[in-house]
Design a protein around this ligand. Sequence first.
Ligand code: ATP
Ligand code: MG
Length: 217
Amino acid sequence: MTKHETKKRGQFVTFEGGEGTGKSTQVKRLASSLEAIGTDCHITREPGGTQGAEDIRRLLVEGAVERWDPASELLLHNAARVEHLAKTVRPALDAGVWVLCDRFTDSTMAYQGHGHGLDTTMVANLHWLLYGSFKPDLTLILDLKVNDALARTQSRNASETRYERMNQSFHDRVRLGFLEIAKAEPARCVVVDASGDIEEVERRIFEITREKLNQIQ
Ligand SMILES: Nc1ncnc2c1ncn2[C@@H]1O[C@H](COP(=O)(O)OP(=O)(O)OP(=O)(O)O)[C@@H](O)[C@H]1O
Ligand SMILES: [Mg+2]
């Protein structure tokens, strides 16, 4: 590289969807596939991705379902996100690294907006205030029937279950919320059928990513 060339900004890919749809599984698989073709990737997650944001994560994903007012929850998720964006996501993208992020703003809209019933315009306005036009380059929304997805979560990390323990209608609203987001932003969001085995979903995601990101690069 000559001194006048700057490294190309990394791509920001987010994984969204309800509990147990396979986000954390697939984020690792996509990173391995991309690394294998020479793309530097950083895997991160929300809430989390910096020390402070991981501290906030524990407040959100553990403990009693009723421990937060929905508005407090909205603010805690976004407090963690401000830290994560400033200290992890933006520096990696600026250094040319692709950032693969397990949940981002769409989860807040789906869970705190559609799920808990906070005004979705207010959630969108808060996001605009904090992040302006900053958006993922690609968002993969993993979609699966709520009961099938929740059944998958039974075998995992037993402490981070606060959202899983919310009721069925909450999860139904979250699922519909994600589908509404995808419909409103088709250039950014792709709904991925998350049924079938892990390898099948992995192939779908790799194909979508290759196709989409070829178009915008
Ligand atoms: N396609 C699949 N078929 C069967 N099991 C799967 C599949 N994908 C993931 N799993 C398993 O289901 C469980 C949930 O997957 P994972 O943790 O990736 O979901 P998640 O979307 O990250 O959930 P959460 O939102 O709760 O973090 C894990 O035990 C994982 O191994
Ligand atoms: Mg996960």
